[in-house]
Design a protein around this ligand. Sequence first.
Ligand code: NAP
Length: 256
Amino acid sequence: MNPSFDLSGRVAVVTGANTGIGQGIAVALAAAGADIAAVGRSSADETAAMVRALGRKCELVSADLSSIAPVGDVVEQVVSSLGGLDILVNNAGIIRRADSVDFTEADWDAVIDTNLKSVFFLCQAAGRHMIARHEATGQRGKIVNIASMLSFQGGIRVPSYTASKSGVAGLTKLLACEWAAKGVNVNAIAPGYIATNNTAALQADETRNRQIIERIPEGRWGSPEDIGGAAVFLSSKAADYVQGHVLAVDGGWLAR
Ligand code: NAP
């Protein structure tokens, strides 16, 4: 492997790593050499088995990220059990669908709290650790936020999701501006249409499924593995001069 992409000796926190894109990212980072802290509210035993089969450590950290209450403990637990925190992947997220005229405050708050508020405060907790460590050792930290096509486009019937993911793109740029000179790279990945639980309803809708595939130049849904390579790149030394970028991994969706 090109040494610039080698993550040996690095510790990566991945939120929502039990399934879908988070699992794909955790396994890709482990294959590149990182130890993983899988943070979430459901058991990530399957992911842990996949990471350990690659010869890497996997620490399971229980946290419900619908509030910021667990954020400080997450960082403390990872640093004390795995000896540091080099990479944070903010992947956990939810979506609620309803016409905007009917959209409820509960569906607004649930999505914004999980997808945007917890993302910022996890960045803050990890960023404090990374900045202090960079001052002491010169080692850079990497933050990768999971954005969306709806960081660029409007979408329909998902107002809080679009607001949250547009917010994630803006936050990523803001944090890059504040922390680039302090030893932290902050970037985002915007997945296109990826076959996971999050998109199960769309995949099951014959008309929407056909319309989506017809618009994707690659002509297929993406898989969680498709996102892994971008996460390894943005977490690695190879991306030391990449800052505030939102990298679309979308089979060409935005190019159309
Ligand atoms: P998924 O299979 O539904 O996974 C979502 C993950 O987030 C799960 O691990 C879930 O844990 C976790 N999560 C949700 N609420 C949480 C909470 N309160 N506390 C802790 N963890 C929580 O969906 P996915 O498609 O892999 O989505 C992963 C990320 O990619 C999300 O941010 C999503 O918005 C984004 N994304 C997905 C697509 C796509 O096409 N699939 C496209 C663009 C962006 P549980 O299993 O416990 O619910």
